[in-house]
Each structure stands twice: as structure tokens, then as C-alpha cells.
Design a protein around this ligand. Sequence first.
Ligand code: GLN
Length: 381
Amino acid sequence: LNRRLDGFGTTIFAEMSALAAATGSINLGQGFPDTDGPEEVREAAVRALRDGRGNQYPPGPGVPELRQAIAAHQAAFHGLTVDPDREVLVTAGATEAIAAALLALVEPGDEVIALEPYYDSYAAGIAMAGGTRVPVTLRPDGDRFVLDLDELRAAVTGRTRLILLNTPHNPTGTVLSRAELAAIAELAVERDLLVVTDEVYEHLVFDGEHLPLAAFPGMRERTVTISSAGKTFSFTGWKVGWVTGTPELVDAVRTAKQFLTYVSAGPFQYAVAEALRLPAAYFTGLADDLRAKRDLLSAGLAEAGFRVFRPAGTYFVTTDITPLGGTDGFAFCRELPGRAGVVAVPNAVFYDDRAAGAPYVRWAFCKKLDVLAEAVSRLKN
Ligand code: GLN
């Protein structure tokens, strides 16, 4: 294995899903819904396959229908104007978009600032690009994890190339506020930094609102915005993601992307184009459904004795196991299937400073209400 990939092994999600399957446990580890997305969107994929749309290599930047739908979505939901021909790139999920953006924009030795705990692929993507990861840790404050803007400012050096942002934030559920984003934008402009912003949970917000960083003053020309159909439409297996940004930035990402996958699967692109045109009620309905699930699981975890951090967005809730006498989330998650028939993910894997992440455990609530209720009852027992 290339030294850059030393220590990456198997992702925690694969490990924990395998553990859930092997033990017959309820899997609240890996984040994927147990109910597929809208029927009409599935039908659109079937139609595309049957009608021979996308069965051969689609255009490298993505099929025009999807690029137009992405541009229309950015305008309708975020007031962002993007040119579907020059400022949109379709990728194989957000994961490829993140990797391609890092490979395209980071030189060996460049520093990349990432909010910690960070989604696991960030660390691998930075490493593959030869960059150096500089974590800025979100710290518990009351019932949420917060970003210390002074710490972020202090993390910027002459070698900083970009900030890899994520809001709504996996795994903490933190949604960065307007004031926080404005401060990040100011910092990026002042220090002439690029920002790659992972907004895959843009529609999964329960308290407050999601604001895209690209809409802040001075940010349009320095932001690579990433999202994905996986979370918004509950089709995590389709792997359709996208990048929006200036032609220069999108071209750079496309240059890397074309040698990773060349193009992304065709028929699903047509189906996601239809999904993006669903009425506004679909998007609010998704958030309403997940809010109820958040509330059920959060309340249950609190009753079971965990300290619960209230997620304003995403479909994850982070807990502290300290009140239950636990100190090591890893050991806790490895024992939990045997003790309770439930699988969760130890947040420590998302930290450079494993000790800082040790007491935290993440639970996915994108599951049917009765599944969540059963998980809670097992945990209480
Ligand atoms: N993003 C999902 C999570 O955080 C899982 C994705 C994956 O398995 N790589 O759980």
C-alpha cells in the first residue's frame, strides 16, 4: 500500500455494517435510509434504462438535463446563479467530488483545514493529494458542538491552501449559522483561501436553516460547492453527486474526475434530474419526517442514560457515553451488538486527537420509527 494510504484500512462504516449483519443487530451505524426514495424517481430510472438514455457513456460533465436541474435547484433554494454548461459537474457521489476537488486543488505539502470530527473520506482525500490535514475541533457547548472561530483563524498559515467545510455537519449535526459562515467567508477572502464545502445534508435541517457558503460576499469565485442525491432523495446506492463553482474551479475538478471515473452512471442522472424537479413539499416533507425520527431517537437515548447533543441537521445524533460510565467509544461500539443488538459508530475515528473523540458515539436515525423504537427499547434494557 502506498504510504499515503497508511492507516486507512477499512472504513468504519463497512466494519460496523458487517458487524450488524453478522450479529443480526439494528444498524444505526452507517448512514443510509431503510426506506428508498420516491417511487416516481425510481420509475424515472427504469424508464431511462428502458429508453436507452444513459446506457452508453454520458457526457463527461454530466447529462445536460441533470446539469440544468442542478442549476435550477441552486437558484430556487439558494438564490445562486450557476451556468449549467460551465459551472456544474456531475460526479460519482459527493465522495468522488471531494476526492477530485482535493486532487485538483491541493499541491503536495499544502495544508487543508478540516472541521474535526471530519467525515472519513476527507482525511483519505487529503492524504491521496499529498496534503497535510489541519483539524479545527468542534467542541461541546451545552447540547451542541460549536466551532471556535478564533481557533479556525489561528489554524491558517502561509501554507494553507483551502478549508474543507461541512455544514450541516456529519457526525455532530451542527448547522453553521449565518454569523459563523460570514466569519469563515471573511477569513477566506482576507487570507485568499479556497473553500471546498460539503453540503450533502443541505435539505436535512430541523432547526434554523442551511445557508450555502458560496452565497456570501467574495465567496462565489473561491468556493467549490458539493452536494449529492444520496441524502436528499434517499438513494445512497445511486452515487450521483455534483460540484458547482466558477468555470475555472469546475474545470480543475473535472480534470481530476475524468481520470477517476471518466463519467458517472447515465440512467441515474436522468432520474436525479427528475428528482430535483420534485415540488417543494417533497423537500420539507423529508425534513419533517426526519425531525420526528431525530426527536424519537434523541429522547430514547437520553432516557437510556446518554448525554445527547441535539443535531440541528443531518441524520445523525452524537451522544456522550460518559454518564453511563464509558470512556472508550470504540470498545463501547464493539460490545454493543452483543449487549443490546444495536450498532453505532465511534466518533473517535473522525478525530486526529482520538482522546478528544473517545467518549462520543454516533447513531443514525434515517430508519423507520418502529425500528428506532425497538433500538431504544433494547438500549434501555
Ligand atoms: N456517509 C455515511 C455515514 O456517514 C456513510 C457513507 C459510507 O459508508 N462511506 O455514515
